[in-house]
Design a protein around this ligand. Structure first.
Ligand code: NAD
Length: 271
């Protein structure tokens, strides 16, 4: 029988690595990220933890060609069981256009490249963010967000983000949620499930960089009911669940894993 393959974009990042550690128990793992050096290091770390079937490929998720070759490698390795799309850039990492390109257009490209491999065995989790809840779910950008592969997406979103990386980030992460809702039908035609997951403040290289450079992050923690940041392993266990047969009737949703931050944002209760 063909082996089950779990593809993880952002595979050498905080959440990607934590997820690989869990799903590596069930099948082959294919890590995709931009730096070969960090991919090799991640593979070695996972092998030191007892996992033996770890592969990697250097991929920029904004390149259609790179993604086509990642999908081809996946098909060579076996049956697509899980696609975990964690690759992304936060507001302090790039300008607004590149954030839109990686987080929004990149999500469209990843889903487009892997749809042909989807079967009734397949589940996908795209990592969004609680920031996606901070952009109103109505407005002239909604149609742009749902069509990330249109020719002018980056420029069209720039009209709304106006050069502000934080705004581009929130809008792109709302986009991830809307794309998942919109494409649940298409993936469902193949029996495959497609969900998003929105982390709150998480202790990863990205989370630490944002906390160090943005005062807003402490404010978020102050209003978080659980009064602490989350760990990458707490995102990984939720992804493991969404990929598993235990979630067999769940598709088209966004799962918030944020310690309750968004639930409390309207109430503004603080410790
Ligand atoms: N850490 C947090 O607090 C937090 C909160 C909410 C949402 N998120 C989201 O979670 C996801 C994972 O974040 P993380 O905390 O593990 O961050 P991370 O920076 O540790 O990992 C992200 C990975 O994505 C990779 N990446 C970036 N651009 C890429 C590209 N063009 N092609 C391929 N790979 C690329 C990076 O190299 C990195 O390894 C991101 O989408 C992020 O926006 C993080």
């Amino acid at each position: 029988m063909s082996k089950f393959v779990y593809v993880i974009t952002g595979g050498s990042g905080g959440m990607g690595k934590a997820t690989a550690e869990l799903v590596g128990k069930y099948g082959t793992v294919l890590l995709a990220d931009v730096s070969e050096e960090r991919l090799i290091q991640t593979k070695e770390e996972l092998e030191a933890k007892g996992l033996s079937d770890i592969h990697y490929q250097t991929v920029d998720i904004t390149s259609k060609e790179n993604l086509a070759s990642l999908a081809a490698k996946t098909a060579e390795l076996g049956t697509l069981k899980g696609l975990v799309h964690t690759a992304g850039l936060s507001p302090t990492m790039a300008d607004s256009k590149r954030i839109t390109e990686v987080n929004l257009v990149g999500t469209g490209l990843v889903l487009d490249a892997f749809l042909p491999l989807a079967t009734e065995k397949t589940a996908v989790v795209c990592v969004s963010s609680m920031s996606g809840y901070m952009a109103p779910r109505q407005g002239p950008y909604i149609d742009v967000l749902k069509n990330p592969l249109a020719d002018n997406t980056i420029d069209a979103m720039e009209n709304f983000a106006q050069g502000n990386p934080g705004a581009a980030y929130s809008l792109s992460k709302l986009g991830v949620q809307l794309i998942v809702e919109d494409q649940a039908w298409t993936w469902g035609q193949k029996g495959a499930r497609l969900n998003s997951l929105s982390p709150g403040t998480i202790n990863t290289p990205m989370g630490r960089q944002e906390a160090a450079q943005q005062a807003e992050m402490q404010k978020m923690l102050d209003i978080t009911p659980l009064q602490r940041e989350g760990e990458a392993s707490e995102i990984a266990t939720a992804i493991e669940f969404l990929l598993s047969d235990a979630a067999s009737y769940i598709t088209g949703i966004d799962l918030r894993v944020d310690g309750g931050t968004i639930a409390n944002i309207g109430q503004m209760k603080q410790g």
